[in-house]
Write a protein that binds this ligand. Structure first.
Ligand SMILES: [Mn+2]
Length: 589
């Protein structure tokens, strides 16, 4: 298998030498949408090098290839790429550009595909390029696409409309709001390069990407309220086109160049971190307005219908996981991590309007649980062993909403170390879940609440505490976030985030407790605007792992109220045996 990649790399090096004439060519993992999941036709980095991780970039030089990955992927990259051809480099130890600086002469030519790099990236390059005299050369065709003879075609699945009962706001109302912001920014049109933004705006969804119901399309919103939807027309069924109405013009990708050339003298608003350089090429400096993504924030603040949908999705998800946990507690046969993944998926699939997992399920037993981005495969698959902890992080896509939940489950009897760390993680989780905070507070200010019980003993976890979550969209979305180097965007009512502190002991175990929360108006008596979180996730927390005597009265009350809420919401829909089990594991402490 590895020989494939050796051959492909050689072919590319030859092509670059013969047809491009450059000292380096950049091959990022991202596609033109800069998203987390890409369609098969855009898996260029994997095709070229064998590396299948979700982030990374290769630099191809005439006699050397380097692959830059983050800490999650060094091991995986070294297993997948031909190591005698490709040097795997940890990007936090050396950036791609420091590396280039050590390798390339002044005045070197660095080639790139302008669809795959953003305006923001280019601004960063400029600083280096000017000093070193490097020339960045945008290529009209990606050389990999020329060499990849059996490249899969782009997905042709039809798009579908998401009904008002799920979206709670019409396409026209959304367009009108975003248009108002566009006029305020003094622009004539804006580019919509994130498929989730486009899907939200037009109330459409699709089946093009794994784990997320996005459409392989981009768009432009005009100051006159027209949306140009750049998509293969074959993907738009007649009745959908009819419903989209006259405000939405379908434009085949082959005509995008003509469309852009027709924008003479008009001002384009672009959001530098999400706009590909390709778009920018067709506008003069005077025509470009660098500004905000106009859709990200309104999309993040879920309306009442979306919030109700997210609650309903969490009832269905809660039922599935409770059935799974009950099954697990009854099961006496040996089971593996992959059995866990399959069984959980089968329970989720019973839910109405379920559309599949929202990301690959993480089921890590013992030491596997300590690998934060682990996902079980045949090679790593472990039996669940007596005395170990199982970390189970999974989520579902339902027409009503998206879920993401982690539970840590004791297999048999946990030891004191497990219980002590679990209890600290739980205390942090509860502190964040029960905080009231003034309007204007951002996630970066709240992050420490979830870490304090760990910091107290010199422990920590190396991931964010919370990410934004879309509504039947991406399981990871911005601008809201709760983390150390957090976003400074204030948390606003309707935003949905995860609350997921953890603790990991390498080769030992992983602990994480993750619920989704929605930002709400606080009911404490004050003359200021105060917000709080409502927890959406409805799955019991394993009380065998809690040092009850370590909890304060308020923490015990939170746990008991949480478990009571789960009983109220789930019991009416459970079979007697499962209901009895749920009663038992949600006994007040
Ligand atoms: Mn999460």
């Amino acid at each position: 298998m590895v020989e494939h990649f050796v051959n492909r790399l050689r072919l590319l090096q030859q092509y670059l030498q013969d047809k491009v004439g450059c000292q380096a060519f950049l091959v990022p993992r991202v596609d033109r949408y800069q998203g987390e999941y890409v369609v098969e036709a855009d898996e260029r980095l994997a095709w070229l090098t064998g590396f299948t991780g979700s982030a990374g970039m290769a630099i191809v030089m005439p006699d050397e290839v380097a692959l830059f990955v983050d800490g999650r992927y060094t091991l995986q990259a070294k297993q997948q790429v031909p190591l005698d051809q490709v040097k795997v480099i940890l990007s936090t130890e050396m950036s791609a550009f420091s590396y280039l600086e050590s390798k390339l002469p002044n005045n070197a030519v660095i080639a790139y595909d302008p669809w795959l790099h953003t305006v923001y990236e280019e601004q960063q390059w400029r600083k280096k390029a000017d000093r070193l005299g490097w020339q960045f050369k945008a290529l009209d065709e990606n050389p990999i696409d020329q060499l990849w003879l059996d490249r899969p075609s782009r997905p042709l699945d039809p798009i579908f409309l998401l009904d008002y009962q799920f979206t709670g706001k019409s396409r026209l109302d959304k367009i009108e709001d975003v248009r108002a912001a566009l006029l305020k920014a003094g622009a004539d049109l804006t580019y919509i390069g994130s498929p989730d933004a486009l899907c939200w705006l037009l109330n459409i969804r699709g089946n093009d990407f794994p784990f997320t119901p996005l459409v392989d399309a981009m768009g432009f919103l005009d100051r006159d309220g027209f949306v140009t939807l750049v998509i293969d027309p074959i993907k738009v069924p007649e009745e959908v086109q009819h419903s989209l109405g006259d405000n939405v013009k379908i434009l085949p990708e082959t005509e995008i160049l003509t469309f852009l050339r027709n924008q003479k003298g008009r001002k384009l608003l672009i959001h530098a971190p999400s706009s590909p350089l390709w778009i920018q090429q067709y506008f003069s400096k005077e025509q470009l307005i660098m500004g905000d993504d106009l859709i990200q924030l309104p999309k993040a603040c879920k309306n009442a219908t979306e919030q109700a949908g997210m609650r309903l999705a969490h009832v269905k998800d809660g039922l599935a996981i409770v059935k799974f946990l009950h099954w697990l507690s009854q099961n006496a046969d040996p089971i593996t991590e992959l059995d866990v993944v399959d069984r959980l998926e089968a329970f989720r699939a019973e839910g109405e309007n379920y559309r599949g997992p929202s990301f690959p399920t993480i089921a890590g037993c013992g030491g596997n649980g300590a690998i934060v981005h682990y996902r079980p495969e045949l090679k790593t698959n472990k039996l669940l062993q007596e005395g170990a902890l199982l970390l189970l992080d999974s989520g579902g896509q339902y027409l009503e909403g998206t879920t993401d939940i982690t539970r840590t489950i004791a297999i048999g009897t946990p030891n004191d170390e497990h219980r002590e760390y679990f209890t600290r993680v739980l205390k942090g989780h509860i502190a964040l879940a029960s905080i009231h905070f003034p309007k204007g507070t951002s996630g970066v200010q709240l992050d420490v609440l979830a870490r304090q019980p760990l910091w107290q003993i010199g422990a920590d976890f190396d991931h964010g505490t919370g990410h934004g979550v879309g509504c039947f969209l991406n399981v990871h979305e911005g601008p809201q976030r709760i983390s150390k180097a957090g976003s400074s965007v204030p948390l606003q009512p309707g935003m949905i985030l995860s609350n997921e502190p953890g603790y990991y002991k390498a080769d030992g175990y992983g602990i994480r407790i993750e619920n989704l929360v929605v930002v709400c108006e606080s009911n404490i008596k004050t003359d200021r605007a105060f917000y709080c979180f409502e927890t959406l996730t409805l799955v019991p927390i394993d009380s065998r792992l809690i040092m009850i005597e370590w909890l304060t009265a308020a923490e015990r009350e939170w746990l008991n109220n949480y478990h009571q809420k789960i009983r109220d919401q789930l019991l009416p829909q459970l079979e007697p045996e499962t209901a009895a089990w749920l009663m038992e594991v949600t006994e007040p402490v």
